[in-house]
Design a protein around this ligand. Structure first.
Ligand code: SF4
Length: 251
């Protein structure tokens, strides 16, 4: 079964994962373990894929993607590769991006930015749009709340910026974790000094994935945390805007 092994979910008619109506392919496996992750079932890495199985997976997934062609055409939509972390299965991702380009299907890769630079840069060349998370500037906090170093994420973003890839930034607004003034000011200072991108999406924390932690018997660090108030979200939006950023709330 291809779903569950390389891809854990296919979501149709998605309107929050890029322009227009989209089909979102959720790749299995993520090197991070963010406290607020809504897809904890995606964390385990898939088994190593053989070339033969990868070809079968790509054929299967293209069939699924092409079922929704009419919606992409009517809405200016396409397909979004998300996860988990799609860059964890680069060969499958590259194949799908190439096939979509051949068929003129708009593609978006939604990434944490944590991965090998050469993989991210290649994905950016093959995709039409990259959604790129920027979470925490402080190395200690990034390691604590995501399990990995921020240095790789920032360095890869610099390289994408130098390559002038089409990138939209995403900032998960997590109460008590990413919403401190120090973190937000740090993010803006880094972006203004190093990065060409000024479009940023604020993704307010919500509790949609909560039930999964119980069923997977995983610790839910966010169980007592509530979604941020509208006022708080609006205040942070204004903070980014007054520093020259174009802000969208949500996907
Ligand atoms: S990067 Fe995304 S999929 Fe991976 S743990 Fe963090 S929120 Fe979950």
């Amino acid at each position: 079964m291809i779903e569950n092994q390389y891809v854990f979910k296919i979501q149709r008619y998605s309107i929050h994962d890029g322009p227009g109506i989209r089909t979102t392919i959720f790749f299995q496996g993520c090197p991070l373990s963010c406290y607020w992750c809504h897809n904890p079932e995606s964390h385990a890495m898939p088994l190593k894929i053989s070339m033969e199985d990868m070809d079968k997976a790509a054929v299967f997934l293209m069939k699924e993607i092409e079922k929704d062609l009419i919606f992409y055409d009517d809405s200016g939509g396409g397909v979004t590769f998300s996860g988990g972390e799609p860059l964890c299965q680069p060969q499958l991702l590259f194949r799908l991006l190439e096939r979509c380009r051949e068929k003129e299907i708009h593609t978006c890769v939604d990434t944490s930015g944590y991965g090998e630079a050469k993989v991210i840069l290649k994905a950016a060349q093959k995709a039409d749009l990259i959604f790129y998370d920027i979470k925490l500037m402080d190395e200690k906090a990034h390691k604590k709340y995501t399990g990995q170093s921020v240095a790789t994420v920032l360095d890869n973003l610099k390289q994408l910026s130098e390559q002038k890839a089409d990138v939209r930034l995403r900032f998960p607004l997590i109460p008590g974790v990413t919403d401190t003034n120090e973190n937000i000011e740090g993010i803006m200072a880094f972006l203004k000094e190093n990065i060409i991108y000024r479009d940023i999406h604020i993704l307010p924390f919500h509790k949609a994935g909560e039930g999964k932690y119980n069923s997977l018997n995983m610790k839910n660090y966010m169980k007592d945390i509530q979604a941020p108030s509208k006022e708080k979200v609006e205040k942070i939006k204004e903070q980014f805007e007054s520093n020259g950023f174009n802000v969208t709330i949500g996907g």
